[in-house]
Design a binder for this molecule. Sequence first.
Ligand code: SF4
Length: 80
Amino acid sequence: METIERKTLLYKSGLGFWCVNHVQGCSHGCLYPCYAFMMAKSYGRAADYGDWTKPRLVAEAASGARSESSPSSARRRARR
Ligand code: SF4
């Protein structure tokens, strides 16, 4: 599986909660409009649906999650 680099694994959703995103893309290939793909495309993370159906693991996902879940990281996120 290909890997990609990201600044963070944690994202604050538009609904007000935090999400962990360790993979970009999805190999399921659902035929109905995929909201995740549409969002990825609108933010430039997927060129087209074929690109989206090739999932990529975020490099250093495990170590990144450990450091981002530390108490000091949680305090920084709370200030945002
Ligand atoms: S992310 Fe998209 S393609 Fe993957 S299961 Fe969900 S709707 Fe289907």
